[in-house]
Design a protein around this ligand. Structure first.
Ligand code: FAS
Ligand code: PHB
Length: 390
């Protein structure tokens, strides 16, 4: 098989780029190791920056997002017995975020690829990029007993943290930066009315909690748990009781509980791999960077990678201009590191650290006190949360 761009990974990063390139007439093939059903069974992000939403619309995949997604102009931070609201709309100069689940967004992208007869190959096993430094790179994968070769001009590694692409960059070239947090998030999805119309980030001495949603009939909740916890140790009742302990009495009294339809523990890490280009391989999304979900930057960091790659490929193929490709890694990393900083800051401010000094606890308290005493501090939070410019 032959194509211009071979994309490894059928998550939001790979699918969005595949769709955008297709609309510009740039031939591409996407390889996904799992089935479509498996990919769509994963429950992940819930908050979209306005830049991501704009890209979805440009990809002709924004209709259901605009119809079913909820525009949020702010969120609550519950701390020290208080509920303080961050006015995103006012402090970001009129921007906001859309609450719309990654699962639905990925479904919309898959539907668009199918509608346009996009070349999306599922159950592609043992995918392997080759000859990355040559001008004739290629990718192989196994379909049953057959090894299939795809000759291409560029390879996009959008295969997530555990994918093959980043590992194809020689260790002598790759620089990795990592910080692992001493806790995880236990998340529950339940067909219940959300307890709040806006997200509630709760800082509590027992641990962090988050009240989020997917719709007015589908709630998403998280509590910070030790890394040693196993999801099977947590009954629904135990989860709801612990969540209530970390919320204000007023909010806890309104919480509507119900059976979990999904329950999982995600570890928290900060991770960046540099460079995000090696020869004709370009990394995008979780393949290159991971953030703790506290700042809702994970999926949104992938959006700017895709934006830069999309425009670089259009400039190359339609204008003969390679500057976007040459500058991709530096440009993408500049924004990735700002998202890393924001996610780290939100995580350090709102979580309970097992071995923190009393001094550290004071700093957390004063960080929140300063935030809600300073318009400049709230403007800084707001511009990061709604999404820094691409
Ligand atoms: P993805 O990991 O989504 O997709 C990569 C795709 O590549 C997968 O479908 C995988 O099957 C495929 N793949 C892997 N190896 C392959 C190979 N060798 N060959 C072919 N295909 C291969 N972000 C937030 O903003 N908020 C959240 O609350 C949040 N919660 C999360 C919870 C969990 C458990 C995880 C893991 C992530 C969470 N994230 C969250 C971050 C998440 O949303 C990612 O940022 C987002 O999925 C990034 O999308 P992709 O870069 O497409 O990577
Ligand atoms: C979610 O709804 O899953 C969600 C929202 C905001 C976050 C993290 C997760 O910061």
């Amino acid at each position: 098989m032959k194509t211009k761009v071979c994309i490894i990974g059928g998550g939001p990063s790979g699918l969005l780029l595949s769709q955008l390139l297709h609309l510009k007439g740039i031939d591409n093939i996407l390889l996904e190791k799992h089935s479509r059903e498996y990919v769509l069974s994963r429950i992940r992000a819930g908050v979209l920056e306005h830049g991501f939403a704009a890209l979805m619309r440009e990809a002709q995949c924004g209709e259901r997002m605009d119809k079913e997604g909820e525009i949020h102009h702010g969120f609550i931070i519950s701390h020290d017995g208080k509920q303080d609201r961050v006015d995103l709309h006012m402090y970001s100069g009129g921007n906001s975020v859309i609450v719309y689940g990654q699962t639905e967004l990925t479904r919309d992208l898959y539907d668009a690829r199918s509608r346009m007869n996009g070349a999306v190959i599922h159950n592609a096993e043992d995918v392997q990029p080759h000859d990355l430094m040559s001008d004739k790179p290629y990718v192989t994968y196994r379909a049953g007993d057959e090894i299939v070769r795809i000759d291409c001009e560029y390879i996009i590694g959008a295969d997530g943290f555990h994918g093959v692409s980043r590992k194809s960059i020689p260790k002598t070239v790759l620089r990795e930066y990592e910080k692992v947090y001493p806790f995880g998030w236990l998340g529950v999805l339940s067909r219940t009315k959300p307890v709040s119309s806006e997200l509630i980030y709760a800082k509590h001495e027992r641990g962090f909690a988050l009240c989020s949603l997917r719709s007015q009939v589908l709630s998403r909740y998280y509590i910070q748990v030790p890394l040693t916890d196993k999801v099977e140790e947590w009954t629904d009742a135990a989860f709801w009781d612990e969540l209530k302990r970390r919320l204000s009495n007023e909010v806890a009294s309104r919480l509507i509980t119900g059976p979990s339809i999904e329950k999982s523990i995600a570890p928290l890490r900060s991770f960046v791999a540099e460079p995000m280009r090696y020869g004709n391989l370009f990394l995008a999304g979780d393949a290159a960077h991971i953030v703790p979900p506290t700042g809702a930057r994970g999926l949104n960091s992938a959006a700017s990678d895709i934006y830069y790659l999309y425009h670089a490929m259009v400039d190359h193929y339609l204008k003969g201009d390679d500057s976007g490709l040459e500058n991709y890694s530096a440009k993408a990393l500049a924004r990735v590191w700002k998202a890393q900083r924001f996610s780290w800051w939100m995580t350090m401010m709102l979580h309970t650290f097992p071995d923190s000094l009393d001094y550290d606890k004071q700093l957390q308290r004063i960080d929140l006190a300063y935030l809600f005493s300073s318009e400049a501090a709230q403007r800084s939070l707001a511009e990061n949360y709604v999404g820094l410019p691409f």
